[in-house]
Unconditional design. Structure first.
Length: 228
């Protein structure tokens, strides 16, 4: 599940980088585009979607389940062993999709969900503020990977969520910012929409090779454990 930059011309490229790593290890990867078909190909990092356009994590969780249903029609996919993964906006979508009864089933939908999930730097605070922490219950093993220098989706919120939620594991990378899996240098962009900022704007992103390499190891080890 892609981040707030989407899969269009403004994409961060993170989904493709992760797809390369996973396909190289024998996984089938599907990347649903939640933004372009809804008229926001440039993403929602700096501008909210137009009125009436729903690309919230709740709506995107339904995209994840629709993709799961499609994958289960493919002869070369083991439908019992499908994971979901996303970063930032897609990480929050992953948390939403993994919550028990995260979305009502569509007619004829198989209620059996994902076998495991990895969420990269998600907004864990949504669950702490809007719902009691103890209400979050993943439907299967869930791993959160985040940097302790993240000022867009703070690691402290994910620590609190992990303490309260069963089946949820957390790894925090020292000194890593949001988008530590990026090849780009660290930079602060004042126009980014940021609910964690007192002004509602401004966030730092930047790659950290040590965290990126560790995340590849940690994510693939986790999926190998729970999807094989």
């Amino acid at each position: 599940m892609h981040d707030c930059s989407g899969l269009g011309p403004s994409s961060s490229g993170a989904p493709a980088r992760w797809a390369t790593e996973l396909v190289g290890r024998g996984y089938v990867v599907a990347m649903p585009d939640s933004f372009t078909p809804r008229g926001v190909p440039d993403g929602v990092c700096t501008a909210a979607p137009p009125r009436g356009v729903d690309v919230t994590p709740e709506r995107r969780a339904r995209d994840a389940f629709a993709t799961l249903a499609h994958l289960r029609t493919l002869a070369y996919v083991d439908g019992r062993r499908v994971g979901v993964m996303g970063g930032s906006h897609g990480g929050t979508t992953t948390l939403t999709a993994m919550r028990a009864r995260a979305s009502e089933p569509s007619p004829g939908e198989d209620r059996a969900g994902f076998a495991a999930a990895v969420a990269l730097y998600p907004r864990c605070g949504n669950w702490l503020r809007a719902r009691p922490a103890e209400a979050y219950r993943p439907t299967a093993p869930l791993l959160i990977l985040i940097g302790d220098a993240d000022d867009w989706t703070p690691a402290a919120d994910c620590r609190r969520l992990a303490q309260a939620a069963p089946l949820l594991s957390l790894i925090v990378y020292p000194g890593a910012h949001h988008s530590f899996d990026s090849p780009n240098p660290t930079r602060y962009v004042p126009s980014r929409i940021n609910p964690s900022s007192p002004t509602g704007r401004g966030a730092t992103t930047g790659g950290q090779p040590e965290a990126w390499n560790a995340a590849i190891r940690d994510a693939t080890t986790f999926f190998a454990q729970h999807l094989r």
